[in-house]
Design a protein around this ligand. Structure first.
Ligand code: PA5
Ligand code: MN
Length: 189
């Protein structure tokens, strides 16, 4: 059935808003345990609880072959040397891949293969598409000075599994070194 209300949505690439899709907001305190520099996190969390990112998702249908999509907006900033980031997750249905399209700003994605721990840092910028394979934990960072916005499209049945990441975190972190986003092993910090 071709329901016109499901066929088209309108998003604002600057604000990250999608008409009719209420955003989920994540504030600094929601990111407890994500950042590597615990002292820097504690100091920032004591000073306030700013909005770090919001995600508005559209779920037109949830059958086997359907797709869901969302627009994220991540603010610029750092905790210690580590850029503001999303929680990061694996998909509950591990085979599910995703693609991210950069809309505004300057970001990177940290991708980590679940089995091997192999990690890659990939730029997320306007006119660039990042393909996140299945079985790959993914986290987004804003490495610029302005809000980063992006569109993510994924199988409807993908699901978000935050548990594994909450327990062990990503093996690598992205920090500013000599003014550049640099991926290093967490244990090397
Ligand atoms: O589905 C996705 O991968 C994105 O829309 C993310 O949900 C978004 O980037 C926010 O990240 P997280 O879900 O890890 O908080
Ligand atoms: Mn995802």
């Amino acid at each position: 059935m071709l329901n016109p209300e499901k066929l088209l949505s309108h998003f604002n690439p600057v604000t990250g808003e999608i008409l009719g899709a209420p955003p989920v907001q994540r504030h600094l305190h929601d990111l407890r345990g994500c950042f590597a520099d615990l002292a820097a996190f504690a100091a920032a969390a004591a000073a306030g609880n700013p909005l770090l990112y919001s995600v508005a998702a559209v779920e037109p249908a949830s059958g086997q072959g359907d797709l869901h999509y969302g627009v994220g907006r991540l603010m610029p900033g750092k905790i210690g040397d580590e850029y503001y980031l999303t929680k990061g997750h694996l998909h509950s249905w591990r085979e599910a891949a995703e693609f991210y399209l950069g809309l505004t700003g300057d970001g990177v994605m940290l991708l980590e293969d679940e089995a091997s721990g192999e990690s890659r840092m990939v730029p997320l910028r306007p006119h660039g598409v990042v393909y996140v394979p299945g079985h790959t934990a993914h986290r987004t960072m804003n490495v610029g000075q302005t809000p980063l916005t992006y569109l993510g499209v994924y199988p409807a049945k993908a699901g978000h599994d935050y548990g594994a990441i909450a327990q062990r975190n990503f093996r690598c972190v992205v920090v500013e070194r000599n003014g550049q986003p640099t991926m290093i092993e967490r244990k090397a910090l």
